[in-house]
Design a protein around this ligand. Structure first.
Ligand code: GLN
Length: 304
């Protein structure tokens, strides 16, 4: 049997000694204050064991990782109709790139680039009675944890500097792929991205994607078929223009956020979360990616 704790400990030792820890995102001013010396890994297995090392009980901004949760909620609300408005192809471009959106007539490449996530946010705004409250309750239910919350300072900080997201939303609106007003949709989107979690909470929240759609409390939220789709999208689009690299190095479906978090999973086996705030040039956590590469290499556990 693999000694998971020993594997995590050895990855941690390498990570804290790394000389290049990447660069903390500063285009959202509130995120610029985060200390890049933070480092954590947390593993939850399908058989219920948990292992952690480093700062795995410290809160961080999950940012784009929330896009997976928004997508699963939208799937449970409107099912296949989503795919009339968002495609399922990797973009090969940065998460905030706008050129493709214009060329492709306002249909975002996938739900994990910003324009795609803004369309998903529009769907949630249309179908949830109290969008921010209902979405937060959904996330809390998945995690089995009522303490999870938005960080309003982070949401407002992004609201004041999120010019490219305003541009994306306006472009979507001009192509009639946004039903609600731009500012209403973006207000929801910035709150969604501002959710804070610890690595432990994030592994718990994502458990349903490793467990055929059932959360830790054994409640079914999405079907097997929908889980298959969410995991396929994480594998092909979860790391923007580095999705190929992540599949190549790590070999798991996963999702990153500019807060420095990454969550990845092996269906029926485990969910693993890393947090290291320094990012590489593609906006993915530098040490988090390295840690996950080491994890799947040392344990020989990947989908390949
Ligand atoms: N809220 C961020 C944005 O829209 C999320 C980006 C990310 O985590 N990659 O730019």
């Amino acid at each position: 049997m693999t000694d998971f704790q020993a594997v995590l400990n050895s990855i941690y030792q390498d990570a804290i000694q790394a000389t290049d820890k990447g660069v903390v995102a500063s285009y959202i001013p509130e995120l610029a204050h985060v200390n890049k010396e933070n480092f954590a890994i947390q593993l939850r297995t399908a058989t219920g064991e948990c292992y952690g090392v480093g700062d795995y009980n410290k809160l961080f901004s999950i940012q784009s990782i929330s896009k997976v949760l928004a997508l699963s909620k939208a799937m449970s609300l409107i099912g296949e109709d989503i795919w009339k408005r968002v495609d399922v192809e990797p973009s090969g471009h940065p998460f905030n790139q706008l050129a493709l959106l214009e060329i492709e007539n306002g249909i975002p490449r996938n739900p994990f680039i910003n324009s795609g996530a803004i369309v998903i946010a529009d769907i949630l705004v249309s179908h949830l009675k109290n969008p921010k409250e209902d979405f937060l309750n959904y996330v809390r239910e998945l995690a089995g944890d009522a303490s999870i919350n938005y960080n309003i300072d982070v949401a407002l900080s992004e609201q004041s500097t999120g010019f490219k997201n305003f541009a994306a939303a306006n472009l979507l609106k001009s192509f009639k792929n946004l039903n609600n007003p731009v500012d209403v949709v973006l207000d929801f989107y910035f709150y969604q991205c501002s959710i804070e979690m610890t690595c432990s909470q994030l592994s718990n929240t994502f458990y349903l994607f490793a467990n055929n759609g059932k959360c830790l409390q054994n409640k079914l939220h999405i079907t097997d078929r929908q889980v298959k789709r969410v995991n396929a999208l994480m594998l092909t689009c979860g790391f923007y223009d580095e999705a190929g690299e992540f599949a190549f190095e790590v070999g798991l479906p996963g999702k990153s956020g500019v807060g420095g978090g990454i969550v990845a999973l092996l269906p029926d086996h485990f969910v693993i979360t890393t947090w290291s705030p320094g990012l590489n040039k593609k906006g993915n956590s530098k040490l988090g990616m390295q840690a996950l590469e080491q994890f799947t290499t040392k344990t020989k556990q990947s989908i390949f």
